[in-house]
Design a protein around this ligand. Structure first.
Ligand code: SF4
Length: 336
């Protein structure tokens, strides 16, 4: 008898074999079990989930490793902090049909799947009701009808949950339907997978993306130069060769990348593998992530240091998102 596991591709196996047990994570990184109780409690609210290949890029014995900080559940997440909310961008307001967010002029955001390859502790959607908002293939009909009935929409954005968790068959079925809507010119995919699970960028995936009728744009999410290894570089190379525009967004995170030299190295490392630094985001004020927040004044100073030390095209835009605003806002243009 063929088991389900044996039918999985290599990247799907890596996905299901991700580390979800805090004890296993601490053991594999040779870390003290002092972190365990808090990690278990915080993981009850937002589970631990990290691919082994990403853990392999962390330094053993270093509880402050910048990659570990992004995925290790901490007791700090359980503090209720004033000014932080479960839906910081008030996305529930812009959700005309399940799985579709229409926040911005000319583009809509679609959630194809409700899961990610990694659970980032600072994620602004850590409380988002994905189970109610995962349209499934039947639900696409409603979302695609909405898009077809709004000719002002030119760009479809596939976003988190991570759209590349969907298998190639699902992606193909989706793009077959999208191809029937002539006013869609661009398909933008926001994904952390090329960074945390680069083996997902298979020849089959490259075949799919290179055949799209819409211009493909892939916005990766990389926060620290240590995340970039040879496998990530190879994935970026394959995507570039297939004609995909590669951009990166970074979230500015205390204890992870809030140092000018780290951000400079990140921009240079991204560009070296063909990814254009695009956005440096302030943290969205989601409950459970306050300990990652970098204040605006520090953020602006860091950004100035980037501008002084890098060519202009290597400096990402420093932005924040305001609920209801028609676009991301540049931080320089508002009060510090
Ligand atoms: S991959 Fe993106 S959507 Fe998923 S948990 Fe991380 S930040 Fe959130």
């Amino acid at each position: 008898m063929t088991s389900t596991a044996s039918k999985l591709t290599a990247w799907q196996k890596a996905l299901v074999q991700a580390i979800t047990d805090p004890q296993e994570l601490l053991n594999s990184l040779e870390l003290d079990s002092d972190w365990l109780e808090a990690a278990k409690s915080a993981a009850n609210v937002f589970p631990l989930n990290v691919p082994r290949g990403f853990v392999a890029r962390m330094q053993k014995g270093n509880a402050h490793d910048p990659l570990l900080r992004q995925i290790l559940p901490l007791g700090d997440e359980l503090q209720i902090v004033a000014g932080y909310s479960e839906d910081p961008l008030q996305e529930a307001k812009y959700n005309p049909v399940p799985g579709l967010l229409h926040k911005y002029q000319g583009r809509v955001l679609l959630t194809l799947v409700g899961t990610c390859a990694v659970n980032c502790r600072y994620c602004f959607r850590r409380h988002f009701p994905y189970t109610d908002n995962n349209p499934g293939t039947e639900g696409w009909e409603r979302a695609l009808n909405y898009i077809a009935n709004h000719p002002s929409i030119h760009e479809v954005i596939l976003s988190g949950g991570d759209p590349l968790v969907a298998n190639d068959k699902t992606l193909q079925a989706f793009s077959d339907k999208l191809n029937l809507i002539p006013h869609i010119k661009r398909l933008r995919i926001h994904s952390r997978i090329p960074i945390v699970l680069p083996e997902r960028i298979t020849p089959e995936f490259i075949h799919w993306i290179s055949q799209l009728k819409q211009k493909p744009i892939l916005v990766t999410h990389c926060n620290h130069p240590q995340e970039i290894n040879a496998a990530v570089a190879e994935a970026a190379h394959l995507l570039t060769k297939a004609g995909v525009v590669l951009l990166n967004q970074t979230v500015l995170l205390k204890g992870v990348n809030d140092a000018a030299e780290t951000l400079i190295a990140l921009s240079e490392s991204l560009f070296a593998i063909g990814i254009q630094p695009y956005y440096l985001h302030l943290l969205d004020k989601v409950q459970g992530a306050a300990h990652f927040d970098v204040d605006k004044e520090t953020a602006v100073k860091l950004h100035e240091e980037l501008s002084q030390n890098l060519s202009g095209y290597l400096v990402p835009k420093l932005v924040y998102e305001q609920p209801g605003a028609p676009a991301k806002k540049p931080v320089e243009l508002y009060t510090v």
